[in-house]
Design a protein around this ligand. Structure first.
Ligand SMILES: Cc1cc2nc3c(=O)[nH]c(=O)nc-3n(C[C@H](O)[C@H](O)[C@H](O)COP(=O)(O)OP(=O)(O)OC[C@H]3O[C@@H](n4cnc5c(N)ncnc54)[C@H](O)[C@@H]3O)c2cc1C
Length: 420
């Protein structure tokens, strides 16, 4: 089958790889000059199945209200005259109910575990170099009440076979000696040994290169304008503008929408409403100056919602979510807030005076559960989008699952695939 994959982020490239492995004739289209140039460029680096917790929870509305006027708040809604944003907000409130939260945790875990297996398969067969560290992930707590809540979450994860354990400060320091510098502040933490970290950009580009060698075609520098409906419940073409500014219609047997935060804009061209909204996040990348004072194990400061991953000789610090439309603007207060958190935990680790800041738009659904599967009402349009906070963790598994669906197989994953 000829398949057009729209989008060359980690999700699109993973889908293309597994489609090619299944024997399809695959072309990937993207407006950028290479793969992983947008949200899959400089994220937090965590492969964190054990953190499959949706933002939408019974506490979330109160937290969002509390943070409403704080410029450095971890989660910040900037309400605009934007119906897409308001509709998303209402759906988010709906997902905050306890029953919905439980379902969403389960779905996120299932696709996360499927993805963990897909990573293992790729690591074994391709040996891609993406600065992977398979040393687990620690979550840090400096308040007993938060640690107690984390213990409850850890129990939920354990029910699904994800070993997130509650550990004392001394046990954490044994796993990550760099924490001895801030032992006074810690009340304890959680640890999941089977989580990992790595560089999403290196992974995506290396996998794209492997896919190219297997015959996948990449049309970079092509802006996708619209899907064209054929009138029989089928997409007949995708209209694009190439680097020279010429319009073209691209035809295939099946089409995969993997455009991250921009998927709803292109879906709307055939009347489909996808509840995906960009949640802007920030990262700072700094050079490590004292390797012994920098963490080797990836970490999350749960209260600040900031993550740390060691990528080669650099430390990646990432976090914050700002619902303010499609702007990539870097707010200096939020940039500094990231560095402050890092300085407080690991003061000697890195050169915090020369950070590289970046922002990316997480393609967020109200439930944090992505859309994977056949688009409702269409025979040959497939979705792989809306991965929000965990697109790196879930990307390869989502790509594998969708390739299976397109090939007519049911993935061995208990996830609410669309259209199945
Ligand atoms: C600060 C931050 C930290 C994060 N940390 C983590 C983490 O630690 N762990 C984790 O699992 N996830 C993390 N994430 C989330 C993760 O990075 C995303 O979920 C993931 O990168 C989304 O991948 P994607 O392929 O769906 O989208 P993208 O990478 O954005 O890919 C979409 C592609 O579509 C292309 N495109 C869009 N519109 C058009 C158009 N009209 N025409 C042509 N091409 C188009 C873009 O150029 C892009 O290449 C983080 C995100 C952020 C912002």
């Amino acid at each position: 089958m000829r398949v057009l994959v729209l989008g060359a982020g980690v999700v699109g490239v993973s889908t293309a790889w597994f489609l090619a492995q299944a024997g399809h004739d695959v072309t990937v289209v993207d407006r950028q000059s290479q793969a992983a140039n947008e949200t899959s460029f400089a994220n937090g680096g965590q492969l964190s199945v054990s953190q499959s917790e949706p933002w939408a929870s019974p506490d979330a509305p109160w937290l969002a209200m509390k943070w409403l006027w704080r410029e450095d708040a971890p989660l910040l809604f900037r309400w605009r005259l934007d119906p897409q944003q308001w509709e998303w907000g209402l759906r988010f409130l709906w997902e905050c109910r306890q029953q919905r939260q439980q379902n969403n945790v389960r779905a996120m875990l299932q696709i996360g575990l499927y993805s963990r297996a897909a990573f293992a398969e790729l690591d074994a067969s391709l040996a891609l170099d993406y600065q992977r560290r398979s040393q687990g992930i620690i979550c840090l707590y400096d308040q007993q009440q938060e640690l107690d809540q984390a213990a409850q979450i850890a129990r939920v994860m354990q029910q699904y076979g994800v070993e997130r354990q509650v550990l004392s400060t001394a046990q954490l320091i044994e796993i990550e000696p760099a924490l001895k510098h801030c032992a006074q502040r810690l009340v304890g933490g959680t640890y999941c040994a089977t989580d990992a970290s790595g560089n999403v950009r290196l992974f995506t580009r290396a996998l794209a290169e492997q896919a190219r060698q297997q015959g996948v075609a990449f049309l970079f520098g092509h802006r996708i304008n619209a899907l064209e409906a054929g009138g029989d419940g089928r997409i007949s073409a995708v209209s694009v503008t190439n680097a020279e500014g010429h319009y073209q219609a691209l035809h295939a047997d099946a089409y995969v929408l993997a455009l991250g935060s921009f998927s709803p804009l292109i879906a709307a061209t055939v009347g489909m409403r996808l509840p995906i909204y960009p949640a802007k996040g920030y990262s700072a990348t700094v050079n490590i100056t004292r390797p012994d004072a920098a963490p080797e194990v990836s970490m999350t400061d749960e209260a600040a919602k900031v993550v740390f991953s060691r990528l080669g000789d650099q430390l990646r610090i990432a976090g914050t979510a700002e619902f303010s439309g499609y702007s990539h603007h870097l707010n200096p207060i939020r940039c500094q807030a990231l560095l402050q958190v890092a300085r407080a935990w690991f003061p000697e680790a890195a050169d915090y005076d020369h950070p590289q800041f970046w922002s990316g738009l997480r393609p967020s659904t109200p439930s944090n559960v992505p859309f994977i599967g056949r688009a409702k009402g269409w025979h040959n349009l497939f979705l792989n989008t809306g991965h929000g906070t965990l697109g790196w963790t879930q990307g390869p598994g989502s790509g594998k699952a969708l390739a299976e669906i397109i090939s007519g197989h049911r993935p061995a994953c208990d996830f609410p695939f669309t259209g199945l």
